[in-house]
Design a protein around this ligand. Sequence first.
Ligand SMILES: N[C@@H](CCC(=O)N[C@@H](CS)C(=O)NCC(=O)O)C(=O)O
Length: 231
Amino acid sequence: MASVTLYELRGADDRRFSSHSWRVRPALAHKGLDVEVVAVPFTGIPGIGDGSHPTVPVLVDGETWIHDSWAIAEYLEDTYPDAPPLFGGAQGRALTGFVRHWWQSRMHPLAMTMILKDIYDHLVPEDREYFATSRFKRFDRPIEEVQAGREERIGEFRERLEPLRRLLADQPFLGGDGPLYADYLPMGTFIWARKMSPFALVEPGDPVHAWMNRCLDLHDGMAREGAGFDW
Ligand SMILES: N[C@@H](CCC(=O)N[C@@H](CS)C(=O)NCC(=O)O)C(=O)O
C-alpha cells in the first residue's frame, strides 16, 4: 500500500476541523492509501515544508507536494488509476466540477457565516488573534457580527440544499449507489461544522441529514472520531 502524508488543521481538544482536508481524507481512504496525518494550527501552516503552502490540506507523496483539495483529488485519480475511482471517468470529473463550484460559491460561504465565532471559540489559543484579525479583513466586520442572526439565515441555507435533497430522494449518494468525490466535496463542510459548532446546519428528518450520516459512517466512521458536536 502506498503511503502519503497529509497536513491538516487542529483546534482545541485536537479537533480536526479543516473543511478542505475533510474532502481529501475520505478521498485517500477511498483510494485505499495509507496516510500519515500531521495536524498543525493555522499559525503552523507557514512551517509546512518549504513554507510555500498558503493553506491546508497539503499532500506529500514521495517527492510531490500539493496544496489545494481539488488539485489533490485530480492528482490521486491520475496517479492511482487502478484504485476505486473518485470521479467515475472523464465525464464524471467534468460534472464533479459543477458540484465543486456550486458548493464553494453558494453553500460553503453561507455556512461559514453561521459558525465563524464558534470556530474561534474552538481554536487553540495561539490561533485566536490570527483568526479574528484575518476574518475581520475578509468580512469587513467582527466575527461576532458575521455570525449574529444565523437563526434567520439557516432557512436560506436549507432551502439552497433543495437540489441535493431531491437527488437524495432517488439515490443514497451523489455518486449513485456509493460515494464519489462529489459527495466528499459537500461533506467536508458538514464535518467541519460538526467539529466546531453546536449549531445544526441540517436536522433529523431531512434527507440531507440522513445522507450526512451515511457519509459519517464511511471509511470506518473516521469523520466521527475525536472531539466535536453531534447533530
Ligand atoms: N483552495 C484551497 C482552500 C483551502 C483552505 O481554504 N484551507 C483552509 C483550511 S480549511 C486554510 O488552510 N486556511 C488558512 C488560513 O486561513 O490561514 C483548497 O481547496 O484546498
